[in-house]
Design a protein. Structure first.
Length: 185
């Protein structure tokens, strides 16, 4: 059993300016050029998350090839030439009709373990939120686990996100398979 949160930043105003630590720079995600490094960062960063399964390059490229992926809203953090973090974002067409506002999603967001707790993550997140605002989006959403070992919820709250709802995931071992059911609270 685990709990997950859906968090919202609405309206996108009063955004703090990103402050990257010395030596760290940020730039927009470059599809094709950044794919392998981004996949490596994501697989390494999420390796300590329960139930995580490494993503293949083929699956990753399929996901960033989707119509909802937005290069101009997605950013990478670099230390010299090494990618140390990423914030990959999507905008679901038709979502505005469902929720009544133009909304972007922080879809895949992570920082390499040895760069955490140095301000890279918050600055990277704020960089994407400012891009959302410039693009005319009114809100941002993300999903996170309450048991996240990096204490990401605190960082999201510091950036301006608030819990909108939570859901619980139940699982039961059934031989070699696991049955999972999700319920929104």
């Amino acid at each position: 059993m685990r709990y997950d949160l859906h968090m919202v930043y609405h309206p996108l105003d009063n955004l703090a300016d990103p402050a990257f630590p010395p030596g760290i720079r940020v730039r927009p995600y470059a599809r094709g050029e950044d794919d392998e490094s981004a996949l490596e960062v994501a697989n390494a960063a999420f390796a300590d998350v329960r139930d995580f399964a490494a993503v293949t390059l083929e699956d990753f490229r399929h996901w960033i090839g989707s119509p909802s992926f937005r290069d101009h809203l997605s950013f990478v953090a670099l230390d010299a030439q090494e990618m140390v973090g990423l914030c990959l974002c999507t905008v679901g067409e038709g979502r505005a009709d469902l929720i009544g506002r133009r909304d972007g999603t922080i879809d895949s967001y992570c920082v390499r373990r040895h760069y955490r707790q140095r301000g890279v993550g918050l600055a990277l997140l704020l960089t994407s939120l400012q891009a959302f605002q410039r693009a005319g989006l009114e809100s941002a959403t993300l999903d996170t686990a309450t048991h996240n070992p990096t204490e990401a919820i605190r960082l999201y709250q510091q950036a301006g996100f608030r819990e909108a709802w939570r859901w619980i995931t139940f699982g039961k071992e059934m031989g070699s398979e696991t049955s999972i059911a999700k319920h929104r609270l």
